[in-house]
Design a protein around this ligand. Sequence first.
Ligand SMILES: [Zn+2]
Ligand SMILES: [Zn+2]
Length: 238
Amino acid sequence: MLLSEFVKLAQGTPADVMRFAQRWGALSLCRMHGLPFGHSRSCIESRPFLTQEGSESIGHWIRTAKGFEALIGLAIAFKKRSYGDDADWDSVEAAISGPDFPSATPHKSIIKWVDDERERLAVARLRFQIEVDRLIKIARITPRLWWNQKRDRFQVDFDSSTSQTPNLLCVLTLQLLPVLVNPDGRKGFAKCSDCGRPYRVDRRPNPNRRNYCTRCKKSAWRDSKRDQRRKRATAEGL
Ligand SMILES: [Zn+2]
Ligand SMILES: [Zn+2]
């Protein structure tokens, strides 16, 4: 799944980002803010840096991947009636809001000013909704219908407005939306018991057991060894 590969870049190396970009194309981020091209009028007018290969910053890619990862993390948290991690809110605001979309209610002020737990959750959900709305807008989701001669049928593509290449951010956003609606569904995402990051799962993991992303499988092994040792020690103590 393209989305889960992209989300992995949040913890990826520059080489991982380059490999992904060479395979799937540019994200079309503006050079000045590292936000999706088209996020503000002034960026549209100063467009020349876009769509040229190598013009996007790897740091901006990783920040965007972190924003996507964080949105999934927050969606998982909301499902459990939790407000989510501060770090996730920071990542979302950095990757999606940017300087031209300052929030009237940044997450820190929600924590500070809204005392009631239920009300805070409702305000946080609204805040989340505004961020996702903003992403939908700046991802420029514009379907294009065309006749595919080879396949002998119509096809719908999501091209970027600046070139004939697919609009990668749009495709990623379209894959993200159903995950935000049902993050822990079949073929959804789960939160790793060790690093706390969301990772792709084919089946809903057992909520009564620890579940680990591939990176943390090692620590799962370590934990199970520790539990075994503890059990043994208790048994010997009896
Ligand atoms: Zn910009
Ligand atoms: Zn992990």
